[in-house]
Design a protein around this ligand. Structure first.
Ligand code: TXA
Ligand code: MG
Length: 317
């Protein structure tokens, strides 16, 4: 239901049409994906792409991920290869983003790809965004719907807090199922994971039957967006803590910590998927409650825990 204070729209045919109409007019909208909520605009339009950078206050050198409904559309903009096909067949639509060589005659706006020769592409799984993409004749440039450097939104209400009335509308597709951004894999040279996510390295190695590495050079612009400080609640954060001082927020995991009014348990049952889903939700809650400091316990560094630790490290930098 739309109330007069909000531009959050429930999902029905009328509102999906409204979203599509706005995208065709090169407006930007908030849209759900299974990872986090995004700020979407026509990837072929300089007007739309510029709006995205401006709204997010994002440095122009940090390229956007281009979102497609299917391979057929995507092939017009990027060169595919065998590894891409294998991974696509296994994980897509889903939380995996591919860096590929951009086609010379691609219509994707050059600002969206920061004038690079490469392009990041993704096929999101959430039914709402798939419904929207299916009805468009252009792909969508969609970064996470937060001011650059801040916490990614995992609900329509989070997006509203970030941009309010500055965007036309936000489609309310519920809480993001995964809660952490897609895995970004570079397939253009030596295969590298640029950003860990829900699809992990082991699974990828199995599918392509070759060794895959994590990109180490976060300082350089191998993935321009992977600037070290990121995903930040803007409060000092200390990692691998066993105890927390009195008035700090304490992010815990599992059953080994005493519950107090300052504890935020990512998963009582030590379930890493549940922890990923709660991570940004708690960051936001802790920030809103006005805490001055956050302590975080050690999180197991396996499966999606690797992505959680990557975000914690950047948030604490
Ligand atoms: O899960 C997600 O991927 C979400 C949802 C909304 O789809 N999107 C997202 O977008 O996280 P964003 O803009 O917050 O992060 C995109 C990341 C950045 O780290 C950026 O540097 C990297 O992808 N990237 C984009 N194009 C690239 C390229 N050509 N080469 C290397 N990295 C690239
Ligand atoms: Mg982001």
């Amino acid at each position: 239901m739309k109330n007069i204070y909000s531009n959050i729209l429930k999902i029905d045919d009328k509102n999906i049409s409204k979203a599509i109409k706005n995208l065709k007019k090169n407006a930007t909208i908030g849209i759900p994906t299974e990872t986090v909520y995004g700020l979407a605009g026509n990837a072929y339009s300089e007007v739309a792409v510029k709006k995205i950078y401006q709204l997010k206050k994002r440095p122009l050198k940090n390229p956007l991920i281009i979102h497609y409904h299917n391979i057929k559309d995507m092939k017009k903009d990027a060169d595919i290869n065998t590894n891409f096909i294998k991974l696509y067949l296994n994980f897509c639509p889903g939380p995996l983003t591919f860096v590929l060589n951009k086609k010379k005659n691609s219509k994707v706006n050059n600002l969206a790809t920061s004038n690079l020769k490469t392009i990041a592409v993704r096929f999101p799984r959430h039914r709402v965004i798939r419904k929207v993409l299916r009805q468009l004749k252009f792909p969508l440039a969609i970064p996470s719907a937060n001011i650059s450097g801040g916490i990614s939104p995992v609900s329509a209400f989070d997006v509203e807090k970030e941009f309010g009335k500055k965007i036309k509308l936000i489609l309310n597709g519920g809480t993001s199922r995964i809660g952490i951004e897609s895995t970004v894999i570079d397939l253009t040279k030596k295969i590298k994971i640029l950003r860990p996510g829900a699809v992990n390295l082991r699974k990828i190695e199995e599918i392509i039957n070759s060794k895959v590495f994590y990109s180490k050079n976060n300082k350089k612009i191998s993935s321009p967006g992977l600037l070290r400080k990121h995903y930040s609640p803007g409060i000092p954060m200390k990692l691998n803590k066993k105890v927390s001082e009195k008035n700090s927020a304490f992010i815990i995991f599992g059953k080994n910590y005493k519950k107090t009014k300052h504890t935020f348990n990512l998963s009582k049952n030590s379930n890493l998927k549940e922890a990923a889903k709660n991570l940004y939700k708690y960051f936001r809650k802790i920030k809103e409650k006005g805490y001055k400091k956050i302590n975080v316990v050690k999180i197991p560094n396996k499966d999606i825990g690797i992505a959680i630790n990557d975000r914690l490290k950047r948030a604490s930098y």
